[in-house]
Design a protein around this ligand. Structure first.
Ligand code: NAD
Ligand code: UDP
Length: 338
């Protein structure tokens, strides 16, 4: 039996492939490489000493997807493939809805056709909108403030409807908090195109000298030091959460949602300090105005995943920054896609 991983060449997907291969699964990756390259998969195989199957397939191409499902005995799908830049989603919303929602609809149709009904979906803490309090629990009200977030919310609702129509589906909605860090080997990591949108890759590029300074988006929030607070989670812990979710689906739980976070919140200033320590580099920064749509504070209550998946994030902020720095310093130009 095999696990099909959509978007497996990307940041979280490639790390999850490592954990799947190490755990002895056969892994099939489909990815259109719109935000990744095949080098990441070569590195996954290098790290694990195991092979995976790769198909350059766009989820919008149902025929190509159907071909892959026809070729293997697939036990479950982990669905990472999607576009993820919040700002870009406001500029080109139709592309985001087309890619993320139509891609997921196509995937579910082909899964149904081939009687594959176990699905792990990459959702996001963004589906909580501006949470009424912290920590954030899975039963908090859901909302979205931008097309990217709305695509995640709509997909969650589509998957709820799918399950209502046919209870033989088992679906895990994994709501990630802020994944950072890299595999300890430093061979795979986050490799954003252009200017990074997220804090960690930006900080890493300042530390390595690719960018002059970080802009801190506001220091007047009602938080301990005025900067935004998030629940950063090591990408390897996050990846392991997917293996736990696959196991859970085998017990026929129906549709279930889990927060994957550490339960700890760190401010932007605390991240800068932790990264300085890990890299032994200066991180020059300036304070600018708040970023539109940002919330002050978000961190998870992750007890449900602990109780039901037997999963807990093990790696702390020092390890996240150390591993991120190993990847960034040894691959200053990422996978060098040019
Ligand atoms: P990523 O961009 O590195 O990986 C996504 C992969 O999907 C890429 O390799 C891309 O080429 C591929 N892809 C996109 N559209 C596709 C399509 N139509 N057909 C086939 N492949 C396609 O992103 P990531 O950080 O690894 O995120 C993975 C998933 O987790 C995404 O769905 C993202 O929205 C979600 N997520 C990410 C974060 C985060 O901070 N990284 C947080 C919460 C949720
Ligand atoms: N942030 C920042 N400068 C940047 C990028 C992010 O100050 O260049 C802040 C942002 O305002 C937030 C935190 O860092 O408080 C995490 O932002 P990120 O975009 O990584 O995650 P998200 O806001 O989507 O949770």
């Amino acid at each position: 039996m095999a696990i099909l991983v959509t978007g497996g060449a990307g940041y979280i997907g490639s790390h999850t492939c490592v954990e799947l291969l190490n755990a002895g699964y056969k892994v099939i990756v489909v990815d259109n490489l719109s935000n990744s390259c095949e080098t990441s998969l070569a590195r996954v195989q290098e790290i694990t000493g195991k092979e995976l199957e790769f198909f350059k397939v766009d989820l919008l191409d149902k025929e190509a997807l159907n071909f892959v499902f026809g070729k293997y005995d697939i036990e479950a799908v982990i669905h990472f493939a999607g576009l993820k830049a919040v700002g870009e989603s406001c500029e080109i919303p139709l592309k985001y809805y087309q890619n993320n929602i139509t891609g997921t609809l196509n995937l579910c149709e082909i899964m149904k056709k081939h009687e594959v009904k176990n699905l792990v979906f990459s959702s996001s803490a963004t589906v909580y909108g501006e949470p009424k309090s912290v920590p954030v629990y899975e039963d908090f009200p859901l909302s979205a403030t931008n097309p990217y977030g709305r695509s995640k919310l709509f997909i969650e609702e589509i998957l709820q409807d799918l399950y209502k129509s046919d209870s033989s589906w088992n679906i895990a909605l994994l709501r990630y908090f802020n994944p950072i860090g890299s595999h300890e080997s430093g061979k795979i990591g986050e490799d954003p195109n252009g200017i990074p949108n997220n804090l960690l890759p930006f900080v890493a590029q300042v530390a390595v000298g690719k960018r002059a300074e970080l802009s801190v988006f506001g220091d007047d929030y009602n938080t301990k030091d005025g900067t935004g607070i998030r629940d950063y989670i090591h990408v390897v812990d996050l990846s392991i959460g997917h293996l736990k979710a696959i196991k859970k689906l085998n017990s026929n739980p129906g549709i279930v949602a889990y927060n994957l976070g550490t339960g700890n919140g760190y401010s932007v200033f605390e991240i800068i300090e932790a990264y300085k320590k890990a890299s032994q580099k200066e991180i020059p920064f300036k304070i600018i105005e708040r970023r539109a749509g940002d919330i002050a504070i978000s961190f998870a209550n992750a007890e449900k995943a602990f109780n039901e998946l037997d999963w807990k994030a093990e790696r702390g902020i020092e390890e996240m920054c150390k591993d991120s720095w190993k990847w960034q310093s040894e691959n200053p130009n990422g996978y060098d896609k040019s």
